[in-house]
Design a protein. Structure first.
Length: 450
């Protein structure tokens, strides 16, 4: 006999397929997202819970609510203020009020729930996705997919075991002109691509020296820490600065580098490296920030290609003409993918031979919502995977591979060593000091298992 979740999955796959083409701004004339939501039966909509809605999660919750074939059932956040704000915004969009649930694990008990959207801090990404997978839910997982390489492998194993859809939120994979640019690279517009470079720049301020203070009344700090070993609450951790502490975050390399590294890996047609090096440090300020504010990661691959990623968190000088971007270099020219949905092709003499313009405004430094309309395409691909079994533009195997490249860069930096890696799985060879960073310690009782 089929379970309730299995029956619901089959039902969703058989529902109206026309809704898949509808994204933000894509509805028929005269119809809003709310109008379509009322036309589509309640059971024909993908029902989601959104975990972590202070910043990026707020934008995701709003974007999901805007999708006519979706209903946001739950908003889950350990910050009651963030939850209240997001609930109000989502209610205005979808004309129904999502329920507040501080502990996302309780939302997984709802048999009507189809998917969990994870936008909590990095140390929660894989553990939350694995719990959702065990509960029979699909997962939309913000990048990076994991805090450490071992968690990435656990995610791949979970998707294989529970046969659910886990899509990583490296949305550029679904941006039409970015995908076109990668196709051009793969089809030989610049001959054989053999080198790529990507970058991210910003002007982030100092986070200062934190003080131990009482946990605010609006915060469930124990649940915020979740799988991470307990540390005292300090006044410079929440809500964004956790990115710069190894205990919870993964630095700029995974915060923003994952996007560009993913595009480079895609264009060069590579999976796991043979060699990884990295240089950098915390140079700009003397404060509690632990991860590098300046970093260069270099990766080499068995198909005689290589890539570099440069991150500058505290000096926003552009590379080329953008704060973020990727360039592929080949036998006969180069392809430059800018921060938005656009690209340029140059010959070997630096002559511009093709210029595909950006038709939707993008702000790559907007940490909350840089590209709502384009990201809706990625969300609809996730829904298609749930309803129809459509291949994901960023499945968890590829998500893990791109995340791992950045993690290896951080491990090389932290262990002050050159990493020689197995090109079949990315595992580090003959380096016990580096391998100590392959996994992390967990709070007892919170260890993720498949």
């Amino acid at each position: 006999m089929k379970s309730v979740n299995e029956s619901r999955r089959e039902f969703i796959k058989k529902t109206v397929t026309g809704a898949a083409a509808l994204s933000v701004g894509g509805a028929l004339p005269g119809f809003s997202a709310k109008s379509y939501a009322s036309i589509l039966g309640a059971n024909e909509r993908v029902k989601v819970a959104v975990m972590g809605v202070n910043s990026r999660g707020f934008a995701l919750a709003s974007n999901y609510a805007l999708q006519p074939n979706c209903e946001v059932l739950y908003i889950s956040d350990v910050d009651s203020r963030a939850a209240d704000k997001c609930i109000g915004a989502v209610e205005k969009i979808q004309n129904s009020r999502p329920k507040a649930q501080t502990d996302f694990r309780k939302t997984l008990e709802d048999k009507n729930l189809d998917a969990l959207v994870v936008a909590a801090p990095d140390h929660w990404h894989a553990p939350a996705a694995i719990l959702a997978s065990k509960a029979g839910k699909h997962v939309y997982l913000e990048k990076p997919c994991s805090h450490n390489p071992n968690e990435g492998e656990l995610l791949v194993a979970a998707a294989k075991k529970y046969k659910n859809v886990i899509q990583m939120g490296n949305q550029r994979r679904s941006w039409p002109k970015v995908a076109e640019a990668i196709s051009e690279v793969q089809n030989g517009i610049i001959g054989r691509p053999y080198f790529a470079k990507g970058w991210y720049t910003n002007n982030r301020p100092s986070i200062g020296i934190g003080k131990e203070v009482a946990v605010p009344s609006w915060l469930d700090y124990d649940l915020w820490q979740g799988p991470a070993p307990r540390q005292a609450y300090r006044d410079n951790i929440l809500h964004y600065n956790w990115h710069w502490f190894w205990h919870w975050g993964t630095g700029e390399a995974l915060n923003n580098g994952t996007h560009m590294v993913d595009l480079m890996r895609w264009g060069l047609g590579v999976e796991y490296p043979t060699l990884v090096t990295s240089a950098g440090g915390r140079y700009r300020y003397q404060d509690d920030w632990q991860t590098p504010d300046t970093q260069v990661i270099t990766m080499e691959f068995a198909n005689n290609t290589s890539m570099t990623w440069e991150g500058r968190s505290c000096n926003g000088k552009h590379i080329e003409d953008g704060s973020v971007g990727v360039i592929f270099y080949g036998d006969t020219g180069s392809v430059y993918i800018e921060g938005g949905n656009s690209y340029k092709v140059y010959d070997l003499n630096n002559k511009l031979v093709k210029d595909v313009k950006n038709d939707i405004a993008i702000d790559a430094r907007d940490r909350m919502n840089p590209s709502q309309k384009l990201d809706a395409i990625h969300i609809q691909n996730f829904f298609d995977g749930i309803r129809k079994g459509t291949p994901q533009t960023s499945d968890i195997v590829g998500g893990h591979q791109s995340t791992l490249l950045c993690q290896l860069g951080n491990i090389a930096l932290r262990s002050q060593s050159t990493l020689h890696t197995d090109p079949t799985n990315g595992h580090i060879k003959n380096n016990p000091a580096a391998m100590k960073l392959w996994k992390r310690e967990y709070q007892r009782g919170w260890e993720p298992t498949v």
